[in-house]
Each structure stands twice: as C-alpha cells, then as structure tokens.
Ligand binder design. Sequence first.
Ligand code: 5GP
Length: 201
Amino acid sequence: MKKKQRGQLIVLSGPSGVGKSTVIAELLSLRDDIHFSVSFTTRTPRTGEADGVNYSFVTREHFEGMIAGNELLEYAEYVNNYYGTSLKVINEKLDEGIDVLLDIEVKGAAAVKTKCPEAVLIFIIPPSFEELSRRLKNRNSDEDDVIASRLQTAREEYREIPHYDYLVVNDKVSAAALELEAILTAEACRTKNRLNLIEGV
Ligand code: 5GP
C-alpha cells in the first residue's frame, strides 16, 4: 500500500490519575508506527523517569529561550512548570508520513486544534469521578489537599470535553488502548486521508 503523504497528529488529554501513560504504553506496544512526542518541561524528573524518554527536562531559561525563538508548537504552564511541544520534531515526523501522539493538557490541546485543525483530539476519562478520586488516593503519594486540588482541576478539564473529537473510557487498560487503536484506524480510513490511493485512476 502507498504510504500516507502526511502523518496524523493525535492529541490525548485526560485528568491526573486517569492512567494515561499506561494506556499510551499499551497502545505503543500494539502499534509500532506511532511516534510519541517527548515534551519539554521545567519540572524535575520523578523516580523512574529518564531524560529524553518521558520528557526532555530543561531549565526555565532554556524553555523561555524556546518560546522566544518560536520553537514550540504549543506550550502551557501547569502547576508552576512549563510544558511544551517541539515544532521541529513534530513537523519532521508528520512530513515523513508518521503519526505523532501528543500527551498534553487541555489548553495545549486547544492551541494545537487552532493551529492544526486536522489534528484528532481524544480525551480519556475514568469510569466515574468517584473512581478517579479513589485512584488518586490509592497512589498514596499525595496529601489530601493536593488530591482535592487535582480533583478540582479535573472538574475544570471535564468542561473542555465537548471540544474533543473522541472520548475514551479507561476502565480496563487493554480495552482503552483498543478504543484508541480503533479511532486511529478509522481516522486513517477517512477518504481525505486516502485520496493518494486513487490517484491516476
Ligand atoms: P505530569 O507532570 O503529570 O507529567 O504532566 C502534567 C500535565 O502536563 C499532564 O496533563 C500532561 O498531559 C501535560 N503535558 C505534558 N507535556 C505537555 C506539553 O508538551 N504541552 C502541554 N500543554 N501539556 C503537557
């Protein structure tokens, strides 16, 4: 089959504690043709995180230099840290016909949709808000006030859901990853993405 002319930009958002990273890891194990965009951030690495794998960890000065140099497709400040997506890497991959997956919060997602209307926006939620609260508490890593503030942020993020193209429920990780894969397959089959298959007929 002929290769796609341009890759699909896929944006995934969801509240803290929903299990996004686990679902993404599962999706990437099912599909080896997706490039996961490693964001830049000024926050410090968590245990187990590696520079260049989970994020590119940079200083505030470095990040502000990237903003000034227009090097970012989008960026946002989230809990006192900058997070942003490199324009150069994304464009290179999309030009090669490779799909690119971004894991970004709601403001960044809105900015991407404005700049790239063809991007597919997917929001991932837990089966219920009570379940989200339970998952955050079970992590045992945050104080009650931090959990309360994450739940409040989640409520605000939920208000943006109508702007997303798809809503995936993470009840079971494997099922959520399959829902994501089904969305990507359907998007790839859109007529506008397949016109190259009928060229010259
Ligand atoms: P965390 O610190 O938990 O890894 O991420 C916090 C939030 O930042 C998550 O909602 C994540 O999706 C978002 N995020 C990660 N990278 C980016 C980015 O490049 N741009 C934006 N706008 N948000 C990001």
